[in-house]
Design a protein around this ligand. Structure first.
Ligand code: ADP
Ligand code: MG
Length: 412
């Protein structure tokens, strides 16, 4: 049996304790799911493009046991909050309720013919909530793993892999009301220690790619800057990309197109020839998306060929420049974080991550330099901005799984 990484092991133990404290008996299973980072492929998902991501060693753990009823009783230790609902009359709570992610996972597995009965569950997590590391997908995946651990053996064909990711993505859309793509659930489920993952958001084909025999640390720097404008800007960028896609499809009516026509259908040479015919702003947005797809292709190739993390770092820096100049979703704080990072020993590359306009950067740093990198960037950023960044040193980790109480006992 693979030994869990230390942080997941500890957290699973904490979930077990939280369950015992809350429900007065032992849990029989713990569902464990990592968070995730985007390494390359910024804003490519809504253009049906390519992404390079990694699951990271920050987790959500859901300890659970059947309760001989038709009800689910769930306790979030993270939020100090509870919810209770009937399996047979499952519906979402008002938008924004944390338990919708659990209700959604339950609904997704009922839909997949898993013969669910009532159960109790306790959730613990060391992923910051709402910080862009996908705590929501991690919660859904950990809950799904716990439920499959309890009842999956009785299912005719328990869902797994991309099928499960797709079902949980639908659940997040229906229950939490978030129009997310499948990337988050995919990364949380299919991550692999020491590897990155690439996903084609058009075909849903994916593969894992190695980060080398001594994989670099993945250092996440949260700028701590407010992101009030992000939602409006996000929608604006989506429509600018669509505008570019419509114009390019009109100029090239015979070009093969996906089910939903998008920038993904446009070959780079056609864009290069015709970009001057587009309006200036949509042309720049399209250039970011198309070059970003190209960077993912190159990144996957160099990792597969030689686990070239130095080359990957360079591509991440190019990605950041493209976000800053063409997609215009950076911020002075994110640019400063990358600038400070690039002066540190052991830095291989970095970029803004997620929607942008604040939020986080993701950096590849040689492991032996990771601690001093975090200290230096934190100190210099604070002195230049009077903001306190929060910095997490992570590593590429395995995807979601369930452990029985015996598994945990033997690993501790
Ligand atoms: P992200 O996925 O980037 O962390 P989201 O806004 O998509 O941000 O998801 C965060 C939400 O997910 C939280 O506000 C909460 O409702 C839910 N959530 C995540 N982890 C937990 C947890 N451990 N306990 C309860 N709710 C959680
Ligand atoms: Mg989320």
């Amino acid at each position: 049996m693979a030994v869990m990484d230390a942080s997941a092991e500890q957290l699973a133990g904490r979930a077990d304790n939280a369950f015992r404290a809350r429900f007065g008996r032992d849990a029989s299973v713990v569902g464990i799911a990592p968070g995730r980072v985007e390494l390359l492929g910024n804003h490519t998902d809504h253009n049906r493009g390519l992404v390079l991501a990694a699951a990271i060693d920050r987790h959500t753990c859901v300890a659970a046991a059947p309760n001989d009823s038709g009800r689910v009783r769930v306790w979030s230790d993270t939020l100090d909050a509870r919810d209770e609902f009937e399996i047979t009359s499952l519906s979402p709570l008002p938008r924004g309720s944390w338990s919708n992610y659990v209700r959604g996972a339950v609904a997704a597995l009922i839909d997949a013919a898993v013969p669910l009965r009532g159960f109790d569950a306790a959730i613990v997590s060391d992923i910051p909530l709402g910080g862009g590391l996908s705590s929501s997908a991690s919660l859904e995946c950990a809950a799904a793993m716990a439920i499959l651990g309890l009842f999956g053996d009785e299912a005719p064909s328990p869902p797994a892999g991309m099928d499960l990711a797709d079902r949980l993505k639908d659940a997040e859309q229906t229950f939490a009301g978030v129009q997310c793509g499948v990337l988050d659930q995919f990364s949380c489920l299919l991550g692999k220690q020491g590897h990155a993952l690439t996903l084609d958001c058009d075909t849903l084909l994916f593969q894992t790619v190695p980060l080398g025999s001594t994989p670099p640390a993945i250092v996440v720097c949260d700028s701590g800057a407010p992101r009030q404008l992000a939602k409006g800007k996000y929608n604006e960028r989506r429509s600018e990309c669509e505008q570019a896609s419509v114009a390019l499809h009109q100029l090239n009516p015979t070009l093969p197109r996906g089910i939903v026509p998008s920038l993904r259908d446009i070959p780079m040479h056609i864009f290069v020839d015709q970009q001057s015919l587009l309006e200036l702003v949509p042309a720049r947005r399209a250039r970011h998306v198309l070059t970003e797809n190209q960077r993912v292709r190159t990144g996957v190739e160099i990792l597969r060929r030689a686990a070239d993390v130095r080359g990957l770092g360079q591509l991440m820096l190019e990605s950041h420049r493209s976000s800053r100049d063409d997609f215009e979703n950076s911020s002075p704080e994110l640019d400063l974080l990358i600038d400070l990072a690039s002066r540190q020993p052991g830095f291989l590359g970095g970029k803004l991550s997620g929607a942008g306009w604040g939020g986080c950067t993701v950096n590849l740093v040689e492991t032996e330099h990771a601690e001093s990198f975090a200290e230096n960037v934190s100190r210099e950023y604070s002195s230049r901005t009077s903001l306190k960044p929060s910095i997490m040193i992570c590593h590429a980790a395995d995807g979601a799984r369930a452990k029985t109480a015996e598994d945990l006992g033997s690993e501790i």
